[in-house]
Write a protein that binds this ligand. Structure first.
Ligand code: 0O2
Ligand code: 0O2
Length: 267
């Protein structure tokens, strides 16, 4: 030990982790309360253990009086998302915040690590308000999907257990498992896209039906009874055939008929 008071040294980091966890969890509940899709599934955080700080400092040749700038993840926040797209949304939300400053980013999704590790890291500077004034501390925010987290958690515990001496064939299998997790993410994203598309299609067709109905009503209002009845018959047919394109064309035709009727034209 270097005689430093670790309790005092870690205090602002503990405060930073607690505050950042509350803020990011609030972001999730705020989006949900506004009925918006929340890209955050859950948030965890931790202050690095003293033994891990010392080990990392030795590995990265960081002098003990330079820990504050040399080790960026003494305060660590982890944000789990359902989909890969959510990661980019969360990163954007963090970039735009006024209560922390982005220092730099590491995109381990595009440039995944040799181990197979994937995550998006943001290193931020967060000012902790202490009784002695404002103290900026560095924090690492890891953003990943549930599948990436599943892989990283198990890989981390295996590496820890075997003290980074994993046999080559195990490393290779872990790399393959990371690939599998990533494929699962892609598959989930494409299933989700399909659901979003069919939802949009449904809403679009509901919108057209509403429009056609209102327009036919309007023709009756203009006393174009025969024309309105004729449109109604054609609507029934197209509706039976689920012909959305035909319905769109019919909607345009009825609109033109209404315009003519409004100008006092003959049917
Ligand atoms: P090590 O060295 O990684 O094994 P709570 O305050 O109750 O919400 P709790 O239970 O204290 O949270 O801890 P949490 O947040 O569930 O985290 C427990 C473990 O998850 C940690 O283990 C970390 O492994 C990991 N973890 C969670 N969040 C982060 C993060 O943001 N960065 C990193 N690097 N790891 C994280 P240990 O034993 O603390 O540490
Ligand atoms: P913890 O608290 O035990 O998780 P370097 O490791 O030299 O490449 P540096 O500065 O440590 O660089 O940062 P890097 O690589 O961005 O990684 C920081 C953190 O990302 C790690 O913290 C892990 O939490 C996570 N990480 C990076 N690579 C891997 C990996 O291959 N597998 C897993 N499971 N996690 C990884 P620490 O230092 O390991 O601390």
């Amino acid at each position: 030990m270097d005689g430093r008071d670790w309790g005092k040294f870690l205090l602002p980091y503990q405060q930073a982790v607690e505050e950042l966890k509350v803020k990011l969890k609030s972001l999730r509940s705020e989006l949900k309360a506004r009925d918006e899709y929340a890209p955050i599934e859950f948030v965890t955080g931790r202050v690095k253990r003293i033994s891990s700080i010392l080990e990392k400092a030795r590995k990265m040749a960081v002098p003990l009086d330079k820990l504050e700038t040399g080790i960026e993840d003494i305060a660590g926040i982890r944000i789990m998302c359902q989909f890969v797209d959510d990661i980019h949304r969360v990163a954007d939300l963090i970039r735009n915040r006024k209560d922390m400053r982005l220092v730099y980013e590491k995109d381990y999704i595009t440039n995944y690590k040799d181990s197979g590790y994937r995550s998006y890291h943001l290193i931020v500077e967060y000012p902790v308000q202490t009784s002695l004034g404002s103290k900026p501390v560095l924090a690492e925010i890891q953003i990943r999907t549930l599948a990436m987290n599943f892989w990283a958690t198990i890989e981390h515990s295996l590496n820890y257990k075997y003290r980074e001496q994993l046999p080559d064939h195990v490393r290779e299998r872990l790399r393959k498992a990371a690939e599998g997790a990533f494929q699962l993410d892609n598959e989930m994203s494409s299933i989700r896209q399909e659901i979003v598309d069919s939802q949009q299609e449904f809403e679009e067709s509901a919108g057209i039906v509403r429009k056609v109905m209102n327009h036919i009503q309007e023709l009756y209002f203009h006393r174009k009874i025969r024309e309105a009845a004729n449109f109604q018959l054609r609507f029934n047919e197209l509706w039976e055939q689920e012909d959305i394109r035909g319905l769109k064309e019919l909607s345009a035709e009825i609109q033109a008929a209404i315009d003519r009727a409004g100008k006092g034209g003959a049917s």
